[in-house]
Design a protein around this ligand. Structure first.
Ligand code: NI
Length: 220
């Protein structure tokens, strides 16, 4: 480190280039600060306008169960119903996915389109193929999404989903994943609308989702 600094060149050149670099860095720093303040102000205004509405969800980049990279932008234009879980889940996820299948069936009967997603909290074991086989047992429309541990951690964080997957797992090691249990209803722009917990029956969840979708359609 020190040797390479000493090797740069004559003292004069070094001083002036340091001066230029410092000036440039300061300009850059103030410009950055100004930009940052503008962004902070915009963010605060945005938060004020959506007061009472928790900030849930956000952009993501994951891999679907066909092995295709997908981003949240791919799903804009339609409501999304997002569930987080894992395929090795012994009881809760299968129950919730059965419920999701019933919801989708009812919505389809009423001609309401929605994009249902299952995002795994267990990316180490839930490969695209595994998700594909697993979800086909419940409903053909449910799209499975997986990713690296970091990508999953990020999307869970933005949805405020708690999960306890160990970051590094030895092959064959058995473990359970504790995770939050909600269906997240997102509007066609990707904004959070509602979180439906386990207490909702399929019928109750369906009618609530319909209310949100109708309200959205009337608004736009
Ligand atoms: Ni589960």
């Amino acid at each position: 480190m020190f040797r390479s600094t000493r090797a740069i060149g004559p003292a004069g050149w070094r001083t002036s280039s340091l001066f230029v670099a410092t000036g440039g860095a300061l300009t850059w720093y103030f410009w950055r600060e100004k930009e940052r303040m503008v962004r902070v102000r915009e963010q605060k205004e945005k938060e004020r306008s959506t007061i009472g509405r928790p900030k849930v969800g956000g952009p993501f980049a994951l891999m679907d169960h066909f092995g295709q990279r997908r981003t949240s932008d791919d799903f804009k234009g339609r409501h999304m119903l997002v569930y987080f879980g894992f395929t090795m889940c012994p009881d809760i996820c299968p129950e919730e996915l059965d419920k999701m299948a019933q919801i989708l069936k009812s919505l389809k009967e009423d001609g309401i389109g929605i994009t249902p997603m299952f995002i795994t909290c267990d990316p180490a074991r839930d490969t695209p193929d595994k998700l594909k086989d697993y979800l086909a047992e419940f409903h053909p429309d449910i799209l499975g999404l997986t990713g690296t541990y970091e990508e999953i951690k990020q999307v869970c964080k933005s949805y405020r989903v708690y999960f306890s997957t160990p970051p590094s797992v030895k092959p064959g090691q058995d473990y359970l994943v504790d995770h939050s249990i909600f269906f997240y209803l997102m509007d066609p722009e990707g904004n959070f609308e509602d979180a439906l917990g386990r207490l909702y029956t399929a019928e109750q969840a369906t009618s609530r989702i319909k209310d949100f979708i109708q309200a959205y359609q009337q608004k736009s």
